[in-house]
Design a protein around this ligand. Structure first.
Ligand SMILES: *Cc1c(COP(=O)(O)O)cnc(C)c1O
Length: 370
């Protein structure tokens, strides 16, 4: 028998979450952000669930090529644009739209030979200080870009640093609006958090929104709001089984470093999933899993291939019982990846991207037998 650990990708959830993005930004078009191999889910696996989007946004040419091989003919946007001049060849060949955030990228375009002028998204650094032209340099970049025969249409893009928190987007929005007020072109501003929290304002919504993590069913502003609050459904379930049960006495310890000390005689379930599978090693005691759909707390350090949970209050749990590390469980239970992440000092994004290559994936159009 193969090791019982597996990851499921739920196409119904992807479609549903895409629809939530549409409802939040009704007259905007949607870039489904599928960078980092679709946040760890696999570009080819999520494609059937997200092909209702208006375009796909990512950063890797290989992934763009994969989408074209899957027969996606619509827009693809490279969120960081070209990394060198040769990348523009691929943009021409695969008909990729690309972000322009630096003078060097404009220079490469100016020297690029192409029969088909490119659609580009000129990026403003409106305050995040990662990529983009400063507001003061933006207009000159726009003028230079617009004059190039290699360029077809120039759109305007910026990225918010605090759309998920109460700091909010007001300051960056004002900067962007002030410095683009009289420029033509389509606009794109919103990631998931801005789409969910701020896109009711048409100026924020713009022409294209760029939701990523929400499509995979994680809340971008957890714990302030969870996925249920936003009506999102987890698109990934990581599940395994109990492969052993230990009976320990009060005072006995469990696992490396004897971190967990049994407060009383109890049963400990051993789960086939460890940090080599992408489960966070920093998860503290008490981090929940679902055993046959019921919550059970982690007890003891996560090791490479296994983790251990308290089976207190779960008398029916036995070897072979199903364990949900995150996502959907039996009896309609679900466990948000954000909750596991928060306990472990990280975010859902990181955990979904980190599921390791040794974990077999399958795709299901519903609940995968859950
Ligand atoms: C990753 C990314 C997004 C999507 O962000 P989420 O928080 O996952 O919605 C949008 N825009 C840009 C430029 C990005 O890099």
């Amino acid at each position: 028998m193969p090791r019982p650990l597996e990851a499921l990708v739920h196409l119904d959830a992807l479609r549903h979450n895409l629809q939530i993005a549409r409802e939040r930004a009704p007259d905007a078009r949607i870039w489904a952000v599928v960078k980092a191999n679709a946040y760890g889910h696999g570009v080819e696996r999520v494609y059937p669930g997200l092909r209702g989007a208006d375009g796909f946004a990512l950063l890797d040419l290989q992934e763009a090529r994969k989408l074209r091989e899957l027969d996606w003919r619509g827009p693809i946007l490279l969120l960081e644009g070209a990394f060198d001049a040769r990348d523009l060849e691929w943009c021409s060949r695969l008909n990729l739209w690309h972000v322009v955030h630096s003078e060097a990228q404009i220079d490469w375009l100016a020297h690029h030979k192409t029969e088909w002028p490119h659609r580009v998204f000129l990026k403003m650094n409106s305050g995040m200080n990662r990529l983009g032209f400063t507001p003061a340099a933006f207009r000159q970049a726009w003028t230079r870009l617009s004059a190039l025969p290699q360029v077809d249409e120039v759109s305007l893009i910026t990225h918010f640093s605090d759309a998920d928190s109460d700091i909010g987007i007001a300051r960056q929005l004002a900067v962007f609006q002030t410095h683009t007020a009289d420029l033509p072109g389509e606009r794109s501003l919103c990631n998931s958090a801005a789409t969910l929290r701020h896109a009711q304002d048409p100026a924020v919504r713009g022409d294209w929104v760029r939701p990523g993590v929400m499509l995979y069913g994680a809340s971008p502003d957890f714990p302030q709001h969870d996925a249920d609050h936003w009506g999102l459904k987890p698109a990934m379930t990581l599940r395994s089984r109990l492969i052993a049960i230990q009976h320990v006495q009060a005072g006995e310890t469990v696992g490396y470093g004897s971190r967990f000390v049994a407060p009383h005689a109890m049963r400990i379930g051993v789960v086939a999933c460890g940090y080599a599978d992408g489960y966070p090693r920093h998860a503290p005691d008490g981090t929940p899993v679902l055993v046959d759909g019921r919550r059970a707390p982690l007890a003891g350090r996560v090791s490479m291939d296994m983790l251990t949970v308290s089976l207190d209050g779960l008398p029916d749990a036995e070897v072979g019982s199903e364990v949900t590390l995150w996502g959907r469980g039996r009896r309609g239970g679900h466990l948000f990846i954000e909750e596991v992440a928060t306990r472990s000092g990280t975010i859902g994004y990181e955990l979904m991207c980190a599921v390791s290559p040794r974990v077999p994936f399958s795709v299901t159009d519903a609940d995968g037998g859950l």
